[in-house]
Design a protein around this ligand. Structure first.
Ligand SMILES: Nc1ncnc2c1ncn2[C@@H]1O[C@H](COP(=O)(O)OP(=O)(O)O)[C@@H](O)[C@H]1O
Ligand SMILES: [Mg+2]
Length: 249
């Protein structure tokens, strides 16, 4: 059940449109996209490769500019003109955790420079993501994939952003580590005043942890609602196909 359905969304988009021209062909990865993210929830965005999921996150955090549409943070419109302007309240967590850190820098310095946090805050945050303090002395290549992804989640927490934008953050991890990172996200959601958008092509994963889900196909939102409702009663044929593909696995 969505605990927050009577609250103001922490983040919303209305009628978002984005197009690219690839050679002479127009691609429209966002077509009239509306979404709401409520305080303290995990919203899953699911859909096959190329459906526009990453484009939506890029538009939300200002890396890409939409052709039209509006976005709101706590009810106030923002334009997302450049990631630096929105970084205070939105933080991306990437699939490639290694690539998101400077390879030459030890983790403590990376976290400090990326967030301006004190040593005490850093130690506290890495405890929260289940890592030992001694790992702060390592460079990214001397961490496992799961440890590195936890470091990137710690960095997002240290930035005190209200919203974490997670793009396929478990795809590069083995199954056991995936489960641990997912558990961590759920703990953070329960512990902190933070809301999460979790993008994944994996409907099974998304349906396990998300309060609500949104299904995208070719830039269009074809289904959305509370996770249980969408799973039990998918309104779109495409969602049904995605569901069947899970059951078949
Ligand atoms: N920078 C770009 N330039 C041109 N086309 C792009 C760009 N980014 C994404 N696209 C196209 O937009 C569509 C959606 O891509 P994307 O949002 O990455 O999908 P997803 O994350 O769901 O796999 C794809 O057809 C992709 O080729
Ligand atoms: Mg993507």
């Amino acid at each position: 059940m969505n605990r927050n359905e009577n609250k103001t969304p922490v983040l919303s988009g209305r009628d978002l449109n984005k197009e690219y021209t690839n050679r002479d062909r127009k691609v429209r990865p966002l077509q009239h996209v509306d979404f709401d993210l409520y305080p303290g929830e995990i919203l899953g965005i699911v859909g096959e490769s190329g459906s526009g999921k990453s484009t939506l996150l890029k538009v939300i955090c200002g890396i890409e500019k939409p052709e039209s549409g509006k976005m709101f943070y706590n009810g106030e419109e923002y334009t997302g003109k450049g990631p630096e302007k929105t970084g205070k309240f939105l933080q991306m967590v990437f699939q490639d955790a290694y690539g998101s850190f400077d390879p030459r820098m030890k983790m403590e310095k990376s976290l400090k420079e990326g967030t301006g946090a004190s040593k005490d805050e850093i130690v506290h945050a890495i405890g929260e993501v289940g890592l030992k303090e001694e790992l702060l002395d390592r460079r990214p290549r001397h961490l496992s994939g799961g440890q590195c992804q936890r470091m990137s989640i710690a960095r997002a927490l240290l930035s005190h952003a209200g919203v974490l934008l997670c793009d396929e953050i478990t795809s590069a991890l083995d199954v056991t580590t995936q489960a641990q990172v997912v558990k961590l996200l759920m703990e953070i959601r329960d512990m902190e005043q933070v809301s999460v958008i979790m993008v994944s092509h994996d409907l099974a994963l998304v349906s396990m942890i998300c309060d609500r889900i949104m299904v995208m196909k070719d830039g269009v939102v074809v289904d959305q609602g509370k996770t249980d409702d969408v799973i039990a009663n998918p309104s779109d044929e495409y969602t049904r196909k995605l569901l069947n593909s899970i059951i078949a696995v």
